[in-house]
Design a protein around this ligand. Sequence first.
Ligand SMILES: O=C(O)CCC(=O)C(=O)O
Ligand SMILES: [Fe+2]
Length: 288
Amino acid sequence: MPEINRDPDADMVLSLVDLVRYPIADLESGKGAAFLKACQDQMEEHGWCNLDGFVRPEALEALAGESNALLPCAEVLTIKRNIYQGAIDPTLPKDDPRRKEYTHVATQLADDQLPGDTLIQRLYQSEILTDFVRRVQKKEVLHRCADEFQALNVVALHPGSWHAWHYDTTECTVTLLLQAAETGGEFAFLPNSRTAETEDREAVDRLLAGDMSHAKTFGRSAGTFTLFRGGYSLHGVTEVEGAIPRVTAIMTYDEQEGRVISDDINMRIYGDRVKKILADRAATSINA
Ligand SMILES: O=C(O)CCC(=O)C(=O)O
Ligand SMILES: [Fe+2]
């Protein structure tokens, strides 16, 4: 197996991804084109695409080691939000489940805490990877999210924690599982449970009431790359069990170039650290 090429100009896809199984660097040729078509069909038919063993074993070890080394500096966040992540719709009846806020605890590195020379940041910044995600999602254009906090995150869920049900604030999400839970910690979701206009309320209410029978879950091992439309598919992670945390990298994309997320949502997710950054910035601009 080749060593990881850390040359600053190298595209990390070429070094980290198992290109024999997943020929994403050449999607025009016979094998690459057939692979792309299979991913597109899977995404269209089922609303997700799961690529097991996407990163090579050496790459996974390096990526997981890097994240585990950075995570002790991360904040432990208590995130309380409704499934839409925004303000609660005041027209909803008082007992409507969509008024409900869910809380989970996560140790989370925001994009600004993942230096540009880390392998995970360089993988996310790869044009080859972005283009692959765009083509699987069949988008004319797709950009990496421009938000300084949300674009790329590394999230550790410790035993006893879950990731509460939500829709992402960007349309297309990709997760790379860096360290699997011993048991539990299953990614669960309702593929395409809403569109820009409407929502499958029956399915959403069922899941919010704790009935997982219609949710899609799959056992994923570390190194799995999962594409789905996180902005339109209600999703979360079941309680992590066992002795080790479950660690995921979350990569976000949007059709809109330069897409940033509102300060309100970022403060709700990232808490005091981001509140302080934004307050200091506002104070500096007033004094300038
Ligand atoms: O960890 C996962 O598999 C999903 C995390 C997630 O949904 C998110 O961070 O928005
Ligand atoms: Fe999400």
